[in-house]
Design a protein around this ligand. Structure first.
Ligand code: XIL
Length: 323
């Protein structure tokens, strides 16, 4: 089992894109989850619009159920995510909010972290706040527009205060692919460190493909963050491969995917010191449930480790061999 091969948590995103096949409605997936994984993350139900549907209303029922399942099965539940710009997952009331935005977001973070304190051991506090194509370096999200870049540090300070034991992550994509974006991240982290803003780790999403970035670049990026002492999780690993829009996954491509997964896991082991390796999470279990198959791509995708019948793909063995 994957979790027995690793010295750090092996995680997966549950209740993927297709809500009807969520973990609770679709129990046939549970044996595979319980065999291989010891860490879970909710793909959707712990995002802003789900946990905080109205200004004075928080909704914890579904997340608590997932949390109880994780605790029952000796799995960690990683919280994803307190603040994210994705339009459809920002609650409508928030978009229309006209009061004090800093106080409002502070309350959002405080309430949620307080509710899950002692049960959710780590959080993606802020997700995807950087944008290398914007002159400011920051994504022009509604949070940035209302508050400025200070919303990021405010969120970390509020999270630490509400749950001093939670491990707090900044989560981002393309920091292993774009040196410009990596440098924005490092500048932000160095600034935070100089002012004691509590960031414990960095989540590298790593929605990758077969070719880019190079393994060398991935290693350099891990190392730059690891050298500064941060914990590093690979937080959303997956790998679409169907760039030719074929109807079936050929053996050749499946092998390429295996080798690529293997070298990515090796890169993590080679460049992040053991004490800073806090886990690898795959963004879903079976290919058919991957978010890539629900975002309108021209063809089916096979980004994950398992076939739809839960049999392991070559990619699975690539990860297992590297671990
Ligand atoms: C995706 C989920 O997988 C989808 O089900 C949802 O509709 C949209 O969000 N980066 C992230 C994740 O940080 O939260 C995203 O998850 C994928 C990209």
């Amino acid at each position: 089992a994957l979790k027995d091969l690793a010295k750090f948590p092996i995680g997966m995103e549950v209740s993927a894109a297709n809500q009807e096949r969520s973990i609770f409605n679709y129990p046939s997936q549970l044996p595979t989850i319980e065999k291989h994984f010891n860490s879970l993350v909710a793909g959707v139900i712990m995002k802003m619009s789900f946990l905080h549907p109205n200004e004075n209303e928080f909704f914890y029922t579904d997340a608590d159920k997932l949390n109880a399942y994780a605790i029952d099965h000796n799995m960690l539940l990683h919280g994803h995510t307190l603040i994210w710009h994705w339009d459809s997952q920002i609650p409508p009331w928030m978009k229309k909010y006209t009061g004090d935005w800093s106080a409002m977001l502070n309350n959002h973070v405080t309430q949620i972290c307080t509710h899950f304190a002692g049960k959710v051991s780590s959080w993606d506090v802020v997700n995807e706040a950087l944008d290398e194509s914007d002159p400011s370096g920051f994504r022009q999200s509604i949070f940035y527009q209302r508050i400025g870049k200070k919303y990021i540090e405010n969120a970390f300070v509020a999270a630490r205060k509400a749950d001093p034991n939670a491990v707090l992550y900044y989560n981002e994509y393309n920091i292993e692919s774009s040196d410009t974006k990596l440098n924005l991240l490092l500048t932000m982290l160095d600034d935070f460190k100089s002012r004691n803003i509590p960031v414990d780790g960095v989540g590298f999403q790593m929605h990758l493909d077969l070719f880019n970035p190079s393994i060398d670049q991935i290693k350099r990026s891990f190392k730059a963050v690891a050298d500064r002492g941060y914990k590093i999780r690979i937080s959303e690993l997956d790998m679409p491969v169907n760039y030719n829009s074929t109807l079936v996954l050929s053996d050749a491509v499946a092998q390429q995917q295996k080798e690529r997964y293997k070298s990515i896991v090796k890169a993590y082991l080679d460049s992040v010191p053991e004490s800073q390796r806090t886990g690898i999470t795959f963004w879903g279990l079976v290919d058919g449930e991957s978010w890539y198959n629900f975002i309108g791509l021209p063809a089916k995708e096979w980004p994950l480790l398992f076939n739809d019948d839960y049999s392991p793909k070559p990619a699975f063995y690539g990860v297992a061999e590297a671990l």
